[in-house]
Design a protein. Sequence first.
Length: 240
Amino acid sequence: MKNDRNSVSNGTVVKSNSGMNGHHGYGHPMIQRQPSRQCSTEMYDLSCKVMLIGDSGVGKTCLLVRFKDGTFLSGSFISTVGIDFRNKVVEVDGAKVKLQIWDTAGQERFRSITRAYYRDANALLLLYDVTNKNSFDNIRAWLAEINEYAQEDVVIMLLGNKCDVAGERQLRREDGERLAKEYGVAFMETSAKTGMNVELAFMAVARDLKMKKTRKPNEPQFNVADYVDQEKSTSQCCSS
Ligand SMILES: Nc1nc2c(ncn2[C@@H]2O[C@H](COP(=O)(O)OP(=O)(O)OP(=O)(O)O)[C@@H](O)[C@H]2O)c(=O)[nH]1
């Protein structure tokens, strides 16, 4: 929920606290097999919870809106208050996967609220802003938080957002790649403004979940970092 501006809560425009403290009836949205369940008007086979985290202003809400609605939230920046979510059902190899995407407030004062949600997350998209070195320097602290509060097998993806802003870039793509390699997590640069790699980030998470659920014992494990490396776009927008 954004303070003082139309929020994106669950596809409706709200200005209330409806997104706070899990009052949407999604108490423990762990991975579940849910044949023939319905999400709004869409049926789905699997459900997973994806959290967007990172410093205030890195573009978490914009990334979510880009993925969900295919649009870019421009205009003055107003920080998210607390936590909010939206659902999107995507198809992976014929299976319908419901992504329940939680958009968290990056501001320090909301950390205790967002921390409480880590343990239920199946995937964490950790964002920094390529035009803001401070947001990149704080990634180690975010990873320490993840280590402390999230599930051991949580899928982590590091995203260097705002890669469309060539002139004000403070970080090269290699900086993100190096850090991601150090921590053994998937990495790509994204732009909520142009849509660059946004769909891929969420689809990689959906694929990982689906593979975990359907993998036979003798089949190799799906590696989300390798998958992202093969699939990601490194076109002009994201060159450093
Ligand atoms: N150029 C550019 N601007 C972006 C991009 N993503 C977000 N922005 C801008 O960055 C500002 C912050 O975006 P938000 O999505 O509200 O940031 P947030 O991470 O949700 O911030 P908090 O709610 O405070 O945690 C807004 O002015 C956006 O228009 C992007 O990919 N490119």
